[in-house]
Design a protein around this ligand. Structure first.
Ligand code: SF4
Length: 316
C-alpha cells in the first residue's frame, strides 16, 4: 500500500491512496520437514511475496502461516525476533544484502551476537571461520577481514549463505539465490546448497523463475501465475506430465539437452495482464490456447487430480 505525496496547485500536498494489488491471493500449500519446495513463475506472479510472507518480512492482511504448529502471524514482535533464528532467507542480490562498510566476517558474527549464540567473542569468531571454510571461502583468515566489494558475486553469495546457515535455521527461503550469478558459478552454488541442505537437514523454499534449476534440488513444486497457485505436486509428476496449460508452457520452454529429442513448444499469447486489474474467471485465460467460455466467467478452484493439485477447468 503506498500513499505517494501529490503536488497540486498552490503546493498543497495531499495523500492519494493508490489501488491495492493482491500480490498473493488465497494460496495454500505445505512443506514437509527436509523437503525442498520450488515456487516457480514469471516475475509478478507473487512468488517472492509468498517467501517474504512466510518469514513475516511482509505482514499478511489475511490467512495463517504455521511453522511446526505455531501460527507465525500471531507472534508478537518480541516472540518473532526469537523465532527468526529458525528461518532465514537468502536474497537474490548479495551486494544489497550485505553492509558495504562491514567486514564480511563481522557481518556473519553479528547474527550470532543478536541471537546470543556462542559464549565469547573468540568462540563466535571461530564459528564464523569454520562456516567460511564450509562454504568454500578458504583461507577463512583472509576472507574474514574482507569487505563485500573485494569479493566476486559468487563469493558474496557464499557469505550470505554462511550468514544464514550459521544460525542453524530449520527453514530457509532461497529467493532467486543463484539467478544473478554467472552461469559457471551458478552450478557450483546450486551444488553447495544441495550439500548444505543434506548436512544441516534443512527444509527449503526455493523460489525461481527458472524451472530447469528445480530439477536438481526440488522434491515438490508449486507453479504460480498472477498471485495464484495453479499447480502443485511432486516434481517428477509435474515435469513428466504437466496438467495446467501454464505449467505446460513453462516446461516446453526448458531447453532440451538432447538435440534428437523434439519438444512441442507451447507459447502463451500476449503479455502478463496487469495485477491491479486481473482478468475475470481464470487469470490465465487471455493467454491460454485451450480457453473455453467457462474460463472467462468462472475462476477454477485448486482441485485434487492425479495425485496433485491443479486449478483449471480442463480437469474435473
Ligand atoms: Fe486455460 Fe481455461 Fe484452464 Fe484457464 S481454466 S488454464 S483458460 S483451460
Amino acid at each position: 500500500k503506498h500513499f505517494p505525496i501529490k503536488r497540486t496547485i498552490g503546493e498543497v500536498l495531499t495523500r492519494v491512496p493508490q489501488r491495492f494489488v493482491k500480490a498473493v491471493d488465497g494460496i495454500s500449500f505445505d512443506i514437509k520437514r527436509g523437503e525442498t519446495f520450488g515456487l516457480v513463475g514469471e516475475s509478478g506472479s507473487g512468488k517472492t511475496t509468498t517467501g517474504r510472507l512466510l518469514l513475516r518480512l511482509i505482514e499478511p492482511t489475511a490467512g495463517e502461516i504455521f511453522f511446526e504448529g505455531t501460527d507465525v502471524t500471531k507472534l508478537s514482535k518480541e516472540e518473532l525476533r526469537k523465532f527468526r533464528k529458525n528461518f532465514q532467507i537468502i536474497f537474490q542480490d548479495p551486494m544489497a544484502a550485505l553492509n558495504p562498510y562491514m567486514k564480511v566476517g563481522e557481518a556473519i558474527k553479528h547474527g550470532l551476537e543478536i541471537h546470543n549464540i556462542g559464549n565469547s567473542r573468540m568462540e563466535r569468531k571461530k564459528m564464523v571461520k569454520q562456516m567460511l571454510e564450509r562454504v568454500n571461502l578458504s583461507p577463512a583468515d583472509d576472507f574474514y577481514y574482507r569487505y563485500p566489494h573485494e569479493l566476486s558475486g559468487g563469493q558474496r553469495q557464499r557469505i550470505v549463505i554462511a550468514r544464514a546457515l550459521i544460525l542453524r535455521p530449520k527453514f530457509v527461503v532461497a529467493d532467486e539465490a543463484i539467478a544473478m550469478l554467472d552461469v559457471s558459478v551458478r552450478s557450483q552454488l546450486l551444488q553447495l546448497l544441495i550439500d548444505l541442505k543434506k548436512e544441516f537437514n534443512l527444509t527449503f523454499l526455493f523460489i525461481t523463475h527458472d524451472l530447469a534449476t528445480t530439477k536438481y534440488i526440488c522434491n515438490k513444486i508449486g507453479v504460480m501465475y498472477l498471485g495464484k497457485l495453479v499447480e502443485v505436486g511432486d516434481f517428477k509428476d509435474i515435469y513428466l506430465e504437466p496438467l495446467h496449460p501454464y505449467t505446460k508452457a513453462l516446461i516446453s520452454a526448458v531447453p532440451e539437452p538432447d538435440p534428437k529429442k523434439k519438444k512441442k513448444k507451447i507459447i502463451p499469447q500476449g503479455e502478463v495482464p496487469n495485477p491491479i486489474n486481473p482478468p475475470k474467471g481464470c487469470r490465465f485465460h487471455p493467454r491460454c490456447p485451450f480457453a473455453m467460455d467457462i474460463c472467462r466467467q468462472k475462476e477454477p478452484k485448486l482441485i485434487e487430480y492425479k495425485g496433485r493439485k491443479v486449478a483449471c477447468h480442463l480437469y474435473k
